[in-house]
Design a protein around this ligand. Structure first.
Ligand code: FAD
Length: 435
């Protein structure tokens, strides 16, 4: 007996390792290296296609709580992440290359996981299967899935450019974390005065964009959390200064003042020789990215090792298709996991892979499936994606808004986060003890 897992991304790797840890054989199908999506560049599994940040570490934050819950569920990818952290203030950022190498080695060295490097175009019938083919599911499989359910939704998502460390002009930049959190050199800050910002801003909103494919180009849906910087800028001159370029919590040691606007650069790898432009996901044409971003004084000589790109991002209308255990409503041996279910983000995708993996095993073992309590972050996200009262379904990442309201809600935000987290972890521990 075996369970199929389609896609060795974040969700697929977690699902496969969970199943193997139950002593059940896995047939893991991954189309790399023979075929790659437009956002995947390497031959390794669990590839982080854009930012190398897995978001906040503090367990009192929504993203931190999610990661702590994953740890308690014996997450394979959390172990990989902890083994290749790079400094990033309060965030858990990783060396993406080492992260994927660790994941690939873990998968390939498991005696129970057999990897088939081939593209799946149809979902096997009458076998327990977890589909974790991601937001860029290859077209033949996406077409097959569309045929199964009548429709699926798409929106656009974008990735930020990466520059070499040595090409950043430190005459104009300075190292610091916002509000001095983390180590002093976690971020390189590229400050701008009012005049420099205005020049940059005007160039950005008039720069030439790359054409979009695969979707309704005239009216693409852009996910708010990964909005291209040029689209955000068009909302008004102040938008970037209150968004990715906000200067709060930063003082330029060269002037002793808070800058007018700041672009932060975050270490891309452990070696610290590459940095990504935080919040600067973009769909500008490549030469335009070089021209416009080089107007930022610290980047006037920047060497771009990767330009930003924008891609289709496909997800199911899950409230009408999936149960909260990630199985399909009228086929309890077929599971979906990852971004394709409408959970949004690396770790959210991985967490859904854990749950789909556990539940696929339970079906194989003749047990009933489980859904975590809805006051846990993972339970709340499972409830959200399967909530049939949600009419216009949009992907959702970890946030405290999806959890049930607290009885005595503290006014202070930090305190509130601590209470949400403590309640969730207690609830998770009790639940795990019971099963
Ligand atoms: P993936 O990690 O994409 O894994 C799917 C795997 O399935 C891939 O390896 C693929 O090659 C394989 N596959 C696809 N079709 C087939 C097939 N037919 N047969 C066999 N194998 C197949 N989230 C964040 O938290 N931060 C970010 O910065 C971020 N940036 C993003 C940028 C872009 C451009 C996109 C598209 C998404 C981004 N996301 C980001 C969202 C999301 O977290 C990631 O896409 C994440 O990788 C999703 O995990 P997954 O396991 O669902 O899919």
């Amino acid at each position: 007996m075996h369970i199929n897992v389609i896609g060795a991304g974040l969700a697929g790797c977690e699902a496969a390792m969970q199943i193997a840890s139950h002593g059940i054989k896995v047939h893991l199908y991954e189309m790399k290296p023979n075929k790659k999506t437009p956002a995947h560049h390497t031959e390794k599994y669990a590839e982080l296609v854009c930012s190398n940040s897995l978001k906040a570490m503090r367990v009192e934050s929504a993203a931190g709580l999610l990661k702590e819950e994953m740890r308690r569920l014996d997450s394979f990818l959390m172990k990989c992440a902890d083994a290749c952290k790079v400094p990033a203030g309060g965030a858990l950022a990783v060396d993406r290359d080492i992260f994927s190498s660790l994941a690939t080695e873990g998968i390939k060295s498991s005696e129970l996981i057999e990897v088939y490097e081939e593209e799946v175009c149809e979902i096997p019938k009458d076998e327990i299967t977890v589909v974790a083919s991601g937001p860029l599911t290859s077209e033949p499989l996406a077409e097959y899935i569309r045929g199964m359910f009548g429709s699926s939704l798409s929106f656009f998502d974008a990735a930020a450019p990466i520059v070499t460390a040595e090409s950043i002009d430190m005459e104009y930049a300075f190292c610091a974390s916002r509000y001095d959190k983390g180590d002093g050199d976690d971020y390189i800050n590229c400050p701008m005065n009012k005049e420099e910002y205005e020049t940059f801003y005007n160039a950005l909103i008039s720069a030439e964009r790359a054409p979009l494919h695969d979707c309704d180009v005239s009216n693409p849906k852009v996910y708010e959390g990964c909005m291209p910087v040029e689209v955000m800028a068009q909302r008004g001159e102040g938008t970037l200064r209150f968004g990715p370029m906000k200067p709060v919590g930063l003082v330029n040691p060269k002037t002793g003042h808070r800058p007018w606007a700041v672009l932060q650069l975050r270490k891309e790898n452990k070696a610290g020789n590459m940095y990504n432009l935080v919040g600067f996901q973009t769909n500008l044409k490549f030469p335009e990215q070089k021209r416009v971003f080089s107007l930022i004084p610290a980047l006037h000589n920047a060497v771009f090792v990767r330009y930003g790109v924008m891609h289709r991002n496909t997800f199911l209308d899950s409230p009408r298709i999936l149960n909260s255990d990630f199985s399909v409503k009228d086929n309890h041996s077929l599971f979906f996991a990852g971004q394709i279910t409408g959970v949004e983000g690396y770790m959210e995708s991985a967490a859904s892979g854990i749950m789909a993996g556990i539940n696929a095993c339970r079906v194989a073992e003749g047990k009933s499936t489980i859904t975590l309590p809805n006051d846990t972050m993972i339970g709340a996200l499972s409830a959200y994606i399967s909530d049939s009262s949600v009419k216009k379904f949009q992907p959702m990442g970890a946030n405290f808004g999806v959890l049930p309201e607290l009885e005595n809600r503290p006014r202070d935000k930090k305190e509130r986060g601590a209470v949400y987290s403590a309640r969730a972890l207690k609830s998770l521990d009790n639940y795990l003890k019971d099963i």
